[in-house]
Design a binder for this molecule. Sequence first.
Ligand SMILES: [Zn+2]
Ligand SMILES: [Zn+2]
Ligand SMILES: [Zn+2]
Length: 423
Amino acid sequence: MEYIISSRRYDPGELILKSKPYMRIIRRDLWDIICACCLKRSSELKRCSSCKIMKYCGVTCQKEAWKDHKFECPFLPGYVDGRQHFIVQLVGNLILKTKGKNWKSITEDVNGQRFSFDGLKYHNFPKMRLPWFRIAFKEIETALKSYVGEENMPDEETLLQLIGKVECNSYKFGGDDYDGWALFIGASKFDHSCVPNANIHFSGTDIQVRAFKKIEKYEKVTFSYSPMFALSDVATLHLSMKHSFGEGGCYCEDCSQPYGQSLLTKILDPVRALPILEETESNLLLAALMSKCKYPMQLISQERLNQLLKKQEGVLGDTNVLRIRLLALKCLLLDGNYCEMREELMTLASWVKLAWGEYFEELAEIYKKLIEINTYLGDTTSCLYYSDELIRLKAICIGKENVMKETCRHILNILKSSPLSLL
Ligand SMILES: [Zn+2]
Ligand SMILES: [Zn+2]
Ligand SMILES: [Zn+2]
């Protein structure tokens, strides 16, 4: 398997890759309200004169987007939205853009390494034999025919590969409530690690990959494909560790180490560990299920979590991911006594720093919560301290040029909603 290797030494915050998607689509319900290039929301957008569907904030954006939009432009007016909008439109656009081309000749260079569209990994779909998969495939195929036209449809094997490549490699871009999906060639070649050294960020539809730790020359550059202590997406939290629940499973270098020996699986007392690991996992699983089913998280009581954390003391290492996740669940998702929460959040921050480094992007959630709590407690000094920490962290993670607007807006919102109103 070919992965991206660092061609030189990088310091935290340095940009490793900035790249445009090979193809992107905008979420259908946003076609009318955002610029299909820079994603700006505005009431002054102008429609493409040809399809009269996509909108742009100006000529520069329209020209910039044309290299991708020209493929979909003739077909959008006749496009009827189906259930599989994301797959159908992205695969449809790829069919049109790659038509008649050798996939090996569609390439992108990253760090002196050349990667091709042909080399993008994809699911092999042995499930094609399964009835439910054939039904889903037929549905996509029919929708695609009506989108790009019968004459543009590739053979079944090519179509399966395209769907597989999109499923394996596409990214959502644009904030929490994403604006669309994109497929990148070079950026798809970064390997996953549960203890990564880089992170990704989007600026418009462009992807940026940045080092958040020191990366040596010839070191593999990795980022994490799923959140590590699951702040917004608790439901996925157990999927990334092979020793948790046996589901999914991760084969990154850290997870491949024998249980108990990596930073994230550290165990201090192997004799007492097993029942505590099981109890922790079942509580995390319960939290994941509750959040997935939109049950209130409060059903897991602070008291229960306290007892469990107490049991973990001296048994699981402080950087054991199950210990970190449990504490994160306790102080980020459930409300408690402010003074107690502040202490626990500070403990959580120190564990996370030990495990993933001081510029690990998920620390932002802890800092935001600390700003909020210190505001409520009227502790202006601590509030400003964590605001500084948040800005410093974000500057490394997403770049100084992107940090001010995003982070300041967030801090201002917290301060404005505070009962003391420090502003
Ligand atoms: Zn624009
Ligand atoms: Zn158009
Ligand atoms: Zn892993």
